[in-house]
Design a protein around this ligand. Structure first.
Ligand code: HEC
Ligand code: HEC
Length: 344
């Protein structure tokens, strides 16, 4: 009887595995690190506020998750199935008692050059002169900031692709209670002025989508030395220390796999780190832990020693964050100088 039960279970299990995706789990895995476990915010803006949820459509949430906010840390979740994205949206929706609004997709007609002037007067101080957002993001306090919630980028292609004009207008009219975003209707803005601002924000879309394509960068940096591996290792350590990096440790490639002392000394990994840079990078995006601290692999083959490391600039491109790109470009430059010097 027990056996039959087990067999039936085996047949049932795969069905269970393919059943509806679970929004709570998906949210915990993909979003909580930035937006907080209960949507209270972090590196990302708060998502659980009623004033936010009640002013955005499910379509807006869906597209925001799909498209991310390029250059503003929020990744594009392109690999998720529609069902998975829907499940996350439904999970977030349950944070508010109210029903999701549905907006018409028509464009609001307005005078964008007048809107531009109004924007400079009323919005630029928080959303930035060019509408690319305040400095920093979300609500974390890892860096100095001028607002409890940093104003998002409105010129962002991910935002503009997700937001309808009607949703933008709704946000201007109502503000977002519990955030620094105030109601401009209550401050006396006329319908025409509101329309002009919406037209201006929409006009930024074309500008942004023409932005330069991302460079294609090699995933790794590699230099060769004609000195034996022990000499090269010494030179590499000296070059790293000379560039203000601390040596963390060296490790035989086979350490832990073969008997101690019998490891192949022709394959070594050296870890080094500049803690100042590491902390800066971690504050921008904790996922840099995937490729930091620096590790260089040294391999001797046929009298030639190769030194290979991950290219931080190429890794950073995957994170959708221009601030991180800048730091990682700098890091790649330093890695190159260190490896080049060690190769001499
Ligand atoms: C005092 C700072 C401040 C000012 C001034 C301000 N905003 Fe905001 N705005 C914010 C913040 C902070 C948010 C994010 C609110 C949240 O977390 O839900 C926001 C959100 C928005 C959003 C929604 C964006 C999104 O990604 O959800 C729009 C649209 C917007 N603001 C437009 C404007 C416009 C247009 C003006 C000028 C008429 C303006 N804001 C003035 C701080 C400000
Ligand atoms: C690496 C950090 C990060 C992750 C992971 C992340 N986000 Fe975001 N998210 C952000 C940031 C930062 C912003 C604000 C962008 C800005 O400031 O311009 C944002 C904005 C948003 C917005 C727009 C909020 C608004 O006020 O209009 C939504 C919705 C959102 N994220 C949902 C999600 C969901 C759902 C997930 C998981 C599937 C997710 N995010 C994962 C960082 C992140």
């Amino acid at each position: 009887m027990k056996n039959i039960f087990a067999i039936v279970l085996v047949f049932l299990l795969p069905v269970g595995a393919y059943s509806a995706p679970q929004g709570d789990k998906l949210y915990a895995q993909n979003c909580a690190a930035c937006h907080g476990e209960n949507g209270r915010g972090g590196v990302g803006v708060p998502l659980a506020l009623a004033s936010f949820l009640d002013s955005v459509s499910d379509r807006y949430l869906f597209e925001t998750i799909r498209q991310g906010r390029p250059g503003r840390i929020m990744p594009a979740f392109e690999e998720m199935s529609d069902a998975q994205v829907d499940a996350i949206v439904a999970y977030m929706r349950a944070w508010s008692k109210n029903k999701a609004p549905v907006y018409p997709l028509d464009l609001v007609k307005g005078n964008s050059s007048n809107g531009k002037k109004l924007y400079a007067q009323h919005c630029a101080s928080c959303h930035g002169a060019d509408a690319t957002g305040g400095s920093g993001t979300g609500v974390t306090f890892s860096r100095p900031r001028d607002l409890p919630i940093i104003a998002p980028s409105l010129a962002n292609p991910g935002f503009l692709a997700s937001a309808s004009d009607a949703m933008i207008k709704h946000t201007l009219i109502n503000g977002r209670e519990g955030t620094p975003m105030n109601s401009f209707a209550r401050q006396g803005m006329s319908e025409k002025q509101l329309n002009d601002i919406v037209a201006y924000i929409r006009s930024l879309q074309a500008v942004e989508t023409e932005q330069k394509k991302k460079e294609i960068l090699s995933a790794y940096i590699k230099y060769e030395s004609s000195e034996p591996i022990e000499e090269t290792l010494k030179a590499l350590k000296a070059a790293a220390m000379g560039a203000n990096f601390r040596i963390i440790r060296e490790q035989n490639f086979e350490q832990g796999y073969v008997e101690k002392g019998k490891e192949d000394r022709k394959k070594i990994i050296l870890y080094f780190c500049n803690f100042n840079m590491l902390n800066k990078a971690l504050a921008i995006d904790p996922r840099v832990g995937l490729f930091l601290p620096c590790r260089v692999t040294l391999i001797e083959r046929e009298g030639k020693v190769s030194m290979i490391t991950v290219n931080p600039a190429a890794m950073s491109k995957k994170f959708n964050n221009s601030e991180l790109d800048k730091l990682c470009d700098e890091m790649s430059g330093m890695y190159r100088e260190i490896l080049e010097e060690a190769a001499l």
